[in-house]
Design a protein around this ligand. Structure first.
Ligand code: NAD
Ligand code: UD2
Length: 310
């Protein structure tokens, strides 16, 4: 099986690439290395690594025409909400035009396509109060990033309705695990907490630390993707991808204390503007296809903390 992973050199993409390489899929990665790293996927040779932007139409067309991928996992995006706020035209070009370009190129030139998976985000729900977040809950995007993810998933869905492309969108909740980059204040909070514990530095809570999130370990995300790939009924659907459970930041900090067998300084500052108080996913639809998160928060954290590497 031939698979294209856009954004495959990033945090999530590198885990998918690793998993499917082990399964002997022929993996191609299309990545401009804007936030990803070539070193995340050293097991992919240069012939299968294309360093380019997804908006490069002729390159994408040539690649898809030539390779006739069975599966496309589309992760490449401007992933930072702040960057999308600072430069909405650029993020729109990559997150919407880039996605549409991939869909259209597959429609026109790839009759072999069996599954196209789009990485959407819980960001589409915005700051709505209803819990758990359901795929038919009210949508209230609060950033260009969230609008772009919503648009991307709607295009993905309409390409199934109109042209019968086998497309699926997954709304990722808060994913964590090895290779998540902790170096920006807007990096995933658990990557920041881990780095603070490892370096014995102060962790800052924005607010009282009682806000909750649905933290999903990256290997459970990989399992969910494989469930989607293996189920034809996933075509044309949009699923939440989380664990169905919420946990507060304070509670997570305590779990780090137990695993590190020590503590670090903590301080509390003002809540981030637009911060969501509580969030967790309803995941029944994906469970009905066979998805079952395997990692409890303790198991995921333990594997993450003991991971050798960044
Ligand atoms: P990441 O930054 O580690 O990975 C993104 C990858 O895409 C990087 O390797 C980057 O170099 C590449 N990329 C960016 N723009 C590109 C372009 N124009 N052309 C080609 N490659 C490009 O981020 P991640 O956390 O692995 O996110 C993967 C996907 O999942 C993204 O679409 C993101 O929006 C989505 N997502 C992630 C989370 C999370 O918790 N990490 C939550 C919701 C949604
Ligand atoms: C996630 C996404 C974001 C956007 C948003 C939409 C990630 C990494 N971020 O933001 O891109 O989709 O959902 O809802 O997936 N926090 C601290 N201290 C820190 C860092 C964070 O207290 O040093 C708090 C932060 O204020 C928030 C919580 O931790 O309350 C989680 O923060 P996050 O940035 O990991 O994720 P989130 O859900 O805010």
């Amino acid at each position: 099986m031939k698979m294209l992973i856009t954004g495959g050199a990033g945090f999530i993409g590198s885990h998918l690439a690793e998993f499917y390489c082990d399964k002997k899929y022929e993996i191609f990665i299309l990545d401009d290395l804007s936030t990803g790293h070539r070193s995340n996927v050293e097991f992919i040779d240069d012939k299968h690594f294309i360093k380019s932007c997804i908006t490069n139409k002729s390159l994408v067309e040539d690649l898809i025409k030539k390779e006739q991928f069975d599966i496309v996992i589309h992760l490449a995006a401007v992933v930072s909400v702040v960057e999308s706020i600072n430069n909405p035209i650029r993020s729109q070009k990559i997150n919407i035009d880039g996605t549409l370009n991939l869909l259209e190129t597959n429609r026109r030139h790839n009759e072999n396509l069996k599954r196209f998976i789009f990485a959407s985000s819980a960001a589409v729900y915005g700051n709505t109060k209803s819990l758990p977040k359901k795929t038919d809950s009210f949508i209230d995007p609060e950033s260009p990033y969230a609008i772009e993810k919503y648009t991307g998933e709607q295009y993905t869905k309409i390409y199934n309705n109109l042209y019968k492309l086998p497309t699926t969108s997954l709304r990722f909740f808060n994913v964590y695990g090895p290779r998540q980059d902790p170096n920006s204040p807007y990096s995933g909070v658990l990557s920041i907490m881990k780095s603070k514990f490892a370096n014995n530095e102060t962790f800052t809570f924005y607010g009282d630390g009682k806000q909750t999130r649905d933290f999903v370990y990256v290997k459970d995300l990989v399992q969910a993707v494989s469930v989607v790939i293996n189920n034809e009924e996933s075509s044309g659907e949009i699923f939440n991808l989380g664990t169905g459970k919420q946990i507060s930041l304070i509670n997570m900090f305590e779990k780090f204390e137990i695993l590190y067998k020590r503590t670090i300084d903590k301080k509390f500052t003002t809540v981030r503007s637009g911060d969501i108080k509580e969030s967790y996913a309803q995941i029944e639809a994906l469970k009905n296809l066979g998805y079952s998160p395997k990692y409890s928060i303790e198991e995921g954290l333990e594997e993450y903390i003991n991971y050798v590497g960044s």
